[in-house]
Design a protein around this ligand. Sequence first.
Ligand SMILES: Nc1nc2c(ncn2[C@@H]2O[C@H](COP(=O)(O)OP(=O)(O)O)[C@@H](O)[C@H]2O)c(=O)[nH]1
Ligand SMILES: [Mg+2]
Length: 478
Amino acid sequence: MGIGDWADGLIDGIERAGRDAAAWFEPTLRLGVTGLSGAGKTVFITALVASLLARGRMRLLSAEAEGRLLDGFLRPQPDRQVPRFAYEAHIAALSAAAPAWPESTRQVSQLRVALRYRPAGVLGALAGPSVLNLDIVDYPGEWLLDLPLIEQDYETWSRQALALADSPARREAAEPWRAALATADAAAPHDDPVAEALAQAWTGYLSRCREAGFFALTPGRFLMPGDLAGSPALTFAPLSKTRQAPSGSLYAEMQARYEAYKRAVIKPFFRDHFARLDRQVVLVDALDALARGPRALGDLTATMAEALTCFRHGQSSWLDRILGARRIDRILFAASKADHLHHEQHARLAALVDAVLADAAHRAAFRGAEVRATALAAIRATAAQEIRHDGARLALVRGHRLSDRREAAVFPGELPDDPAALLAGLAADGPGSAPADWPGASYAAVRFAPPRWDPETGGPPHIRLDTALEYLIGDKLE
Ligand SMILES: Nc1nc2c(ncn2[C@@H]2O[C@H](COP(=O)(O)OP(=O)(O)O)[C@@H](O)[C@H]2O)c(=O)[nH]1
Ligand SMILES: [Mg+2]
């Protein structure tokens, strides 16, 4: 590092200190928000931030209920290398004349909300207000699936990835990939167009799997390249080991790129983002997986178990070393979009997420973190309704369908009363061999348009967002 860089760093520091002098002494809490694609991360963060800026609907956040939460406001982005969460664009979409769901983002992003509060008790009355900086970090859950690759060599990863692509459930999605693979010669001299074609075929296979409802798709960054699209570290594919793979061969180059992916993509993510989190929300769209059928629910369960190994001790010696004594001390597992169900069924939805995660949660403690499961809707797009149909009482939800904005009452189906038994049955069938449909049950997967609401009165209507927040940050506002 030259003197110039050093001086720049210093000036940068002074500049920031001047602008935000108080921030130096203020505690910061880093809250990670993750979940697989479509789980509801962007909507969750947008609703959470809106609800902290105008707190009309946060009655179950105790600092708010006790009148101690004085103010919430956005602060400049503390980490310059990390994209800012596009809060304004998302809130503009949601509060437009015809409200629309925000665009999904495909990379890590972050936002800082400062909360000014009066500490509880005598101290609060004497000492005056304090400030907590809440840094919210949004990252794709798919990236967590890359952790095992750090300790896997190319040969092992290839063997497993190729075997999965050959499994009965995925064989169809892998058809074009197999055709591309058949034309490649691993021992031949490396040629960029050949490598690119293979990487493209592999990415195509992953995205067809995603459309079919599968989540276990490595490398995690291929479907969410962020700013790395097209880079050589993302231009590889699995190959079977050949007897001869001299240096300069396709196999050797793929192997080198795989190692570069680990070094330049996976490790920096865990080191710079994951390892710095204090608390974590994991959103799970369990209802969608249930509606897609046994196979999708089984895959979700297996994928979540895999993703959550990152939160446990002793799963990766590399990660244990990076984390050292640091740890996440609270994790909230939340079934998102609970407004798709009548509130009578919310307990069953929470039980379903609990069952989806039970395996992962109970096999080992999450590095000593406290763990809780809940069902919530970051934005409530429906109202509950009960009707009588053929003499039976049906508990429905009513909202505007996203497709045509017409009002519709939907009976999403009766959730299983014993989700653990249901999942045990799926696991017994073995991976990928579960049937595609539920015998004797069906679930409607309807997308609703977001509701209209007046941002002046607080954040959007929600279900248990305030309870979730109380669990995640309530103790830091005491
Ligand atoms: N009804 C309802 N739909 C939601 C909610 N959260 C997310 N969604 C739906 O799920 C879609 C994906 O959510 P998003 O936050 O973009 O998912 P991400 O990929 O995890 O960031 C949205 O476009 C909405 O259609 C919610 O709280 N209620
Ligand atoms: Mg998103």
